[in-house]
Design a protein around this ligand. Structure first.
Ligand code: PMP
Ligand code: GLN
Length: 395
């Protein structure tokens, strides 16, 4: 006899990324579904991690992160986001930054740090899939607000209407996965006004912070001192340095929130993989231009894919950042988006991600009626993108 068992996450199954990548593998389809680069991580990073391992840097590092890495992240933040921020409001590397095992851990810990039983957290659909389970396991509940279509803008008046005395936090994500849109300065100013007025926290998922296009700037919460006082800003080296499998990220938060964040982080993992921290610190120090060149690198890839799809029957939606492109397939198929992605993978040989899993389940009937949109990942070699587009142009 076993003790009786009830799932803590009744609505959660296998993630759509696992589902589609497995299917791509099984049917040998070109995998533009799960977001990861096809190309390798920079040589300097590979030799730096090998060197760290060879030099015996293989034991635990401080729980909050390797000091050299914290310092490099702090420098990067000051240069990119805090030029106009007064000295007393600038990020203090040792007390405000914690290195985590990917952005996933940072998001998880930030949510456990602030969400209490019966608290509500506002998320914007389509929402990245890891937010809701973390909120639910903390005893809270997500309030989903759909972004407007077709531009995926946030309707702040709806946010205002949704806030009540149970609202604890708002989770934002810019550059946005899966839509490739950016929040503007005016969005952040409105957000700041709301959270100050209603005394809320903000969790800002900025993992694609360096991938913005057409001269547009990423608006980081780190540039808004009043907002930052109540925020957790999360990023990931996986996106920036083409090493998603290293699972290294970080969380930036004010000192009081960082103290609480670290209490939980130390018992989730204690510290993250030490050799990778040495390697990333060395990369940030010795090849700082990698970050500056990332936007142009991915913009070129976006343009290759968009151009190659020009003659297709898909409608390409605007993409301002991230390495994802949305396609409206309403001229191609009547299937719903999941069925369409299954068919595309199995029969046509290109794997994509449906958007509906990023929406609240009970809004889906209405969703399917009005939306036929899938996501392609363009972090691939040009020849892979061209081959996939060639196939898609035949539909
Ligand atoms: N947030 C978003 C929006 C993401 O797209 C991802 C991963 N692709 C993550 C968080 C998680 O990042 P990591 O792999 O560093 O855990
Ligand atoms: N974030 C990646 C994506 O959006 C996948 C991460 C994962 O597989 N959990 O595709």
């Amino acid at each position: 006899m076993k003790p009786s068992f009830q799932t803590k996450l009744p609505h959660i199954g296998t993630s759509i990324f696992t589902e589609m990548s497995m299917m791509a593998h099984q049917y040998k389809a070109i995998n533009l579904s799960q977001g990861f680069p096809e190309f390798d991580t920079p040589e300097l990073l590979k030799s730096a991690i090998n060197q760290a391992i060879a030099e015996g840097k293989n034991q635990y590092c401080p729980s909050s992160g390797l000091p050299e890495l914290l310092e490099q992240i702090g420098e990067m933040i000051k240069i990119r986001y805090q030029k106009d921020v007064s000295i007393e409001n600038k990020v203090d590397s040792l007390n405000n930054i914690t290195v985590t095992s990917g952005a996933t851990e940072a998001l998880w810990v930030a949510i456990q740090t602030i969400v209490r039983q019966d608290d509500e957290v506002i998320v914007f659909d389509p929402a990245y899939d890891s937010y809701e389970p973390a909120v639910e396991l903390a005893g809270g509940r997500c309030r989903h607000i759909s972004m407007n279509t077709p531009d995926y803008a946030i309707d702040w008046s709806l946010v205002r209407q949704t806030i009540n005395n149970k609202t604890r936090a708002i989770i934002i994500n810019s550059p946005h996965n899966p839509t490739g849109t950016l929040l503007s300065r005016s969005d952040l100013i409105t957000l700041q006004k709301l959270v100050l007025e209603h005394n809320l926290y903000v969790i800002s998922d900025e993992v694609y912070e360096h991938i913005t296009f057409d001269g547009l700037r990423h608006e980081s919460v780190l540039s808004y001192p009043e907002l930052f006082k109540r925020a957790f800003v999360v990023s990931s080296f996986g996106k920036t340095f083409h090493c998603t499998g290293w699972k290294l990220g970080y969380c930036v938060a004010p000192t009081d929130l960082t103290v609480e964040f670290r209490k939980i982080h130390q018992y989730v993992t204690f510290c993250s993989f030490t050799p990778a921290q040495y390697a990333i610190a060395s990369m940030l120090k010795n090849q700082p231009n990698h970050i500056g060149e990332l936007a142009e690198f991915y913009q070129q890839k976006r343009d290759v894919l968009v151009k190659a799809l020009e003659k297709s029957r898909f409608k390409v939606l605007p993409c301002q950042g991230t390495y994802f492109l949305l396609l409206d397939y309403s001229n191609v198929s009547e299937l719903n988006d999941r069925e369409f992605c299954h068919w595309l993978t199995q029969e046509i040989g290109v794997a994509a991600i449906p958007l509906s899993p990023f929406y609240q389940a009970d809004k889906l009937a209405n969703y399917h009626e009005n939306n036929k949109v899938v996501r392609l990942c363009f972090a691939k070699y040009d020849k892979t993108l061209q081959k996939a587009a060639e196939i898609l142009c035949q539909l």
